[in-house]
Design a protein around this ligand. Structure first.
Ligand SMILES: Cc1cc2nc3c(=O)[nH]c(=O)nc-3n(C[C@H](O)[C@H](O)[C@H](O)COP(=O)(O)OP(=O)(O)OC[C@H]3O[C@@H](n4cnc5c(N)ncnc54)[C@H](O)[C@@H]3O)c2cc1C
Length: 490
């Protein structure tokens, strides 16, 4: 998150460049200082900020932004045979991994695509990778500042029951996190092989023996590329295999993270024909059917943040994935102007759900310029993370734009249509930290524990201090204390 001073207010901008506002930025250096800031809030709204890697307005438009970077300790704790790591709220994932790896032979149970987020920011929106649950699921204790019944702040620890489940993915509304205790696992290697497939059934079948896999569905060629991944126990690697692992790291950095993304940005500037050409042919240049084995951290994460972009991510059941990808293909072809209608099967369902009118004026309005990216997330023990209380693995589908922030309206219109349609047709949930065009009235039915979560937010923050326009829109938790909050909390 970058800041720029103007008097005591600072201009705050997130990674995607799509959230920008003026706020007071305060950096407490101790728990006492944190409590004293919360005590003096005087009606102002306060949001804790991590590293600014959320695209949704989840931190935006708060009067005070808390920078928790002074809370960056890392300590190892062994309790009841459990090997835990206690990380300060503002500790970045890369720093946490480096210190954990230097001191032990253990690592984090899962990782998302990058390691720049803070641990508290990452768990607060259920940051996930593929094949396991999100980081939130592995949180066993949270130490946080919350407001007490009388309204004054105090430090409390949560290590069980619904309160822990709420804190595991608290969207910044359940208190200001000071530290997080997380499970660790023995360090492991990951074997990865890229392979091309023609059908979704073939791709889903690969998860059986390669549970950490991800895959892409490339627009315009509509080919699947699976990055088949499985964990293997750590073992000494020979010199040639270490050299191969290093060569693959360079290949990933140069060809995929840099050249492909330069191509994406360049093709956008050249126009729809260049975009479609790149998307049709780029995956053919990938090195396929060659196995790479390296430390989990290097295979699971990328330099995906080298180029500024924005993402919306939808979570759907395995039984719906095939339909969802057919639907997305039809939507991409319609919005890009390649097809003038949706296939009959889908058009009928859109009409039945009163969604067809959303397509008026949208034909040819947006050319998707990046592959759809799919991951698999296991059911989680939380109240409202995307995979909370799921009845089986969910698949997440990410939709990216590399358009500059002021040119994203066509992308947002595409996302709104897709989010609303897939919410209605298959109950798709959205990643809380990514582009989030829906409101509380549309999403409440998707989260059986949302009311319990909202009640805990009201108990920990009875004056509605830890809220903003985002929490008002998506959680129906508006800043300040309202009549309905008071009666619900009573
Ligand atoms: C390039 C890129 C790649 C990404 N890859 C993935 C991925 O692979 N998987 C995935 O799931 N997500 C991914 N994300 C999304 C990202 O992981 C989440 O949005 C995450 O929440 C960002 O963490 P942050 O530290 O930047 O926190 P912020 O975005 O600053 O804040 C996120 C939330 O955490 C809360 N918060 C932060 N600190 C505290 C605290 N001390 N106490 C209470 N609340 C707090 C904030 O109030 C807010 O509600 C990616 C984002 C980017 C930009």
């Amino acid at each position: 998150m970058s800041t720029e001073s103007k008097d005591s207010l600072q201009k705050i901008t997130n990674f995607g460049g799509n959230q920008c506002w003026l706020a007071r930025r305060l950096r407490p250096s101790s728990e006492d200082e944190l409590l004293s800031i919360l005590e003096r809030h005087d009606g102002a709204t306060i949001r804790a900020a991590g590293s600014g890697h959320s695209w949704s307005g989840i931190v935006a438009h708060a009067d005070i932004v808390l920078d928790m970077s002074a809370f960056n300790s890392v300590a190892l704790i062994n309790t009841n045979g459990q090997h835990l790591v206690r990380a300060g709220a503002g500790c970045r994932l890369q720093d946490l991994l480096d210190r954990l790896h230097a001191a032990t032979d253990r690592t984090l149970p899962t990782l998302g695509a990058i390691k720049k987020q803070t641990i508290s920011g990452a768990i607060s929106t259920a940051t996930h990778g593929s094949g396991r649950q999100s980081l939130s699921h592995f949180v066993v204790r949270v130490r946080a500042a919350v407001f007490t019944g009388s309204g004054g702040p105090e430090i409390r620890e949560f290590d069980g029951g619904p309160e822990l489940l709420a804190m595991r993915c608290g969207l910044g509304c359940t208190g200001i996190i000071v530290s997080v205790d997380l499970q660790t696992v023995p360090k492991y290697l990951v074997a990865e092989t890229a392979r091309r497939y023609d059908s979704i059934d073939q791709v889903i079948a690969t998860f059986e023996s390669n549970p950490l896999s991800t895959f892409t569905f490339s627009p315009y060629s509509w080919a699947f590329t699976a990055f088949e991944r499985r964990a293997i126990a750590r073992q000494p690697q020979s010199l040639p295999s270490r050299a191969k692992a290093l060569a693959f790291r360079l290949y990933q950095l140069i060809l995929i993270d840099t050249l492909f993304h330069l191509g994406v940005v360049g093709s956008r500037a050249l126009g729809p024909a260049a975009v479609k050409f790149l998307q049709k042919h780029a995956t053919k240049t990938l090195l396929t059917d060659v196995e790479r084995v390296d430390n989990a951290e290097h295979v699971l994460t990328t330099q995906h943040d080298l180029f500024r972009h924005e993402e919306m991510e939808l979570f759907v059941r395995e039984a719906d994935l095939s339909f969802v990808l057919r639907f997305l293909r039809a939507a991409v072809e319609f919005f890009s102007g390649d097809a003038s209608t949706f296939p009959d099967e889908l058009a009928a369902r859109l009409r039945q759900a009163n969604l067809a009118t959303m397509l008026e004026g949208k034909h040819g309005s947006f050319v998707l310029h990046y592959p759809l990216f799919v991951r698999r997330i296991l059911p989680e023990e939380t109240l409202i993370s995307m995979a909370a209380a799921a009845d089986g693995p969910l698949y997440s589908v990410s939709i990216f734009t590399y358009d500059p922030p002021r040119q994203r309206e066509p992308y947002y219109a595409f996302c709104l249509f897709v989010a609303r349609a897939l919410r209605t047709l298959v109950g798709a949930r959205l990643h809380w930290g990514k582009h989030f065009p829906l409101s509380h009235s549309e999403i409440a039915v998707l989260y059986p524990e949302l009311e319990r979560f909202r009640a805990i937010c009201r108990t920990h923050d009875p004056h509605g201090v830890l809220r903003n326009t985002y929490t008002a829109r998506v959680l129906d938790l508006a800043p300040g204390k309202r009549e309905d909050d008071r009666s619900a909390a009573a």
